[in-house]
Design a protein. Structure first.
Ligand SMILES: Cc1cc2nc3c(=O)[nH]c(=O)nc-3n(C[C@H](O)[C@H](O)[C@H](O)COP(=O)(O)OP(=O)(O)OC[C@H]3O[C@@H](n4cnc5c(N)ncnc54)[C@H](O)[C@@H]3O)c2cc1C
Length: 372
């Protein structure tokens, strides 16, 4: 039984079924619902992770698996190959590390000078020296629709889906909101930001949900400069606000957000009216002058589920051997859903070795983010 049908849980159910098991998937509000971390319209799929090679490899593997699934369900548009652009200051350490990892893993990329950046992407206005690292094979996943499709495909393959809430395990069994008392060989809790609510003693403080705002701005009439192929996904960790943008896709507007951690947040009851539009607009004015007066057309409040340093949590429950904990996406997990699902199915079957970085033991109460 897999509890939680977000990017991590839907893919885990998909792969557990593929490995020959009989699988039930439960979600209290439905796959990629409006409160889930996977519930927004779009998420970036990029390969750059500095020296964190495992995430580069998982992003490469996941890209392949997302595209295979979208082809199988005849919806290739759920991955938009917009490219992903990084623009660090020339001396940033992570830029050199990212290039080295790309060389080692065989990720295609282009180096761009400041002059090349300015001529290729004239929509941007940089106020300090930058270089570009461009990943042509990366892009944007249509998140909400993509997860809905993974869950639907898992069901077509034989997974049973139920819209129900599950309790924490007691003596290796669980109770659902429908009152059923359920025993299963394996329970996987892929509950995203709800994990510390389900397991408060174990995970309280170790997975910390934070409030994150996302803004969609309207582009000028007929203007295609902010849509693919002219506009890629863009990440600017050289700026302390950690801004990133996604090009206009499906006519939803130009999306902008900041990767800094917001305030603590309750995914069930948290208020989802965005308040930071002035900051987003100020940034837009500075970096994309043509959008200085763009109207806000939509906004969302989502949540990250942060571990101490940004590494995922994928481990067995310390008390119940048939219970697994899968989460801690920490603002970068969505793209990795397929690789996570595949890995969890292999771990449960004893076909993969466990990675220390994903262990519960590696999750401290400290806040020292190192994976972005
Ligand atoms: C603003 C924002 C931008 C982001 N940008 C990116 C990006 O560009 N690229 C990227 O790769 N990642 C990004 N992320 C991170 C990514 O979205 C998350 O890491 C990922 O979606 C987490 O998926 P999940 O399956 O762990 O959790 P969720 O999607 O939250 O799914 C958990 C599910 O579990 C269900 N559930 C919980 N408790 C129970 C229970 N007791 N019983 C039944 N069901 C239960 C919930 O209803 C929910 O559907 C971003 C996140 C945010 C908020």
């Amino acid at each position: 039984m897999v509890i939680g049908a977000g990017s991590f849980g839907a893919w885990t159910a998909y792969y557990l079924q593929k490995s020959g098991r009989s699988v039930a998937l439960l979600d209290q509000y439905g796959p990629a619902n409006s409160r889930a971390s996977s519930g927004d319209e779009s998420r970036i799929l990029r390969m750059g992770y500095g020296s964190e090679e495992i995430y580069t490899r998982w992003a490469m593997r996941s890209r392949e698996l997302w595209v295979d699934l979208f082809d199988a369900v005849k919806q290739p548009e759920l991955f938009q190959q917009t490219g992903a652009l990084w623009t660090p200051p020339p001396a940033e350490r992570r830029a050199a590390q990212t290039r080295a990892t790309f060389e080692k893993c065989g990720v295609e990329y282009e180096d761009l000078s400041m002059a090349e950046l300015e001529s290729r992407f004239p929509q941007f206005r940089f106020t300090s020296e930058r270089i570009g690292i461009f990943e042509p094979a990366s892009g944007v996943l249509l998140a909400r629709k993509a997860v809905t499709e993974v869950a639907a495909q898992a069901v077509r393959n034989g997974v049973d889906y139920f819209r129900q809430a599950a309790s924490a395990p007691r003596a290796g069994r669980i109770t659902t909101s429908a009152g059923d008392d359920i025993d299963a060989a394996v329970f996987v809790y892929a509950c995203g930001p709800w994990l510390p609510k389900v397991f408060p003693e174990l995970l309280g403080g170790r997975i910390r949900p934070t409030r994150q705002e996302v803004f969609y701005f309207g582009t000028p009439p007929g203007d295609r400069r902010f849509a693919p192929p002219r506009m890629p996904a863009w990440i600017d960790f050289g700026d302390e606000r950690c801004p990133y943008v996604l090009p206009e896709i499906e006519n939803r507007g130009f999306k902008i957000a900041f990767d800094r951690h917001g305030a603590d947040f309750d995914p069930d009851t948290g208020d989802r009216v965005a308040t930071g539009v002035d900051g987003a607009r100020a940034f837009l004015r500075e970096r994309f002058p043509a959008l200085a007066d763009a109207p806000l057309v939509e906004s969302r409040v989502c949540q990250y589920e942060n571990t101490s340093n940004g590494d995922f949590l994928i481990d067995r429950h310390p008390e119940f051997k048939n219970v697994w904990l899968v989460g801690g996406g920490s603002g970068h997990g969505f793209k990795h859903g397929p690789a996570v699902g595949e890995y969890v199915a292999e771990l449960i079957d004893g076909r993969a070795a466990s990675e220390h970085k994903f262990s519960l033991a590696a999750k401290t109460l400290e806040r020292c983010r190192s994976v972005f």
